[in-house]
Ligand binder design. Sequence first.
Ligand SMILES: [Zn+2]
Length: 351
Amino acid sequence: MKARLFSTSYVAAAGSASVEDSAAMRMSSAVLDAGLARVMETSCADLPLGLRRFTKSAGAETAVAAMRNAADRVLASYEATFGVSAPISASRLCDLCGVELLGRRPPAPTGPVYSTAASTWTLGGHTGQLSINAGRPVIRIPATLDTALARVSVAHELSHVLIHTRESSLDLATIRMTSTPEEEAVAEYGARLLLLPRIPLGEVPESARSLAEYCVAVAGFARITVHSAVLRLADPDISERGIRAAVLWRLNPRVQEDAPVALRLSPQWFAARGVFVPIGKCHARQDSLVADLAAASDSPVAGSRIEDVSIGTLVGRFRVDAFAWGSLTAGTRLVLFVCKAGPEHRDHSLT
Ligand SMILES: [Zn+2]
């Protein structure tokens, strides 16, 4: 069943399973999430046991479709119980799934704070914890002041619970197995589905004209990490937006403050498929859109242009969008960079 949550204000996002499962969609989807792309390109019979049982018990053809079905069921129940709310409450999601949530909740942010954390499991393992106590799943909120990261972490762990739930009972055999990269990718996709089921076009300021600014606005609206918001825009159930790659740039504390801004900027994370961007080990190019916007002012600023890009193995001529915010003088300036395939696009990294 398709969740009706926010159905009026969100762009059409949920494709039917038949559309998603077509070979064409399989190739073009999840362009930013390399792990999820690998799951989609793997035959169900070759997936780990937990994902195979999950897919079969959901009556779905793919693990990705099974995750969407599971998330839709939870969100339909959420809407019926609590009505439409934004942002979606992670603790209410846990309540609906019979999951106990332990630990301190990070303080609610007093203003627009955008989490720069990358995915909850790729960097240094899980930030959240899932355990079973007397047959009941228990999720421990990670010890972090980053509300968005904590929310995504809890939703990620909840997605593990969904993966190991058959009908209404836990599959204790598979939930006790060590997780796999394939399961992690599906759980991370589940976290995005649960916290951002549809893209809130109606809630994003009209000023958010660049795709990069739009991603940051969506992250703030849904209280998820910017990383999750960026990946969500290229998820398999979302219409193709032609996003090729995204990089979050931050000021490198090891570079002197009087150095040119371009030299001070370094990738904090990247989201792309089939390319490699060295994290913290390269700098922006002089006169690039990223460097220009970072240096422009201490105010939020967005821009767009067609530009030659060379970041790690991401090389080509792309239409690029960027959004800079935070303060250069305070050392908190960030730039989200999104490059899109377009009519002018020549992508050397694919050749
Ligand atoms: Zn996990």
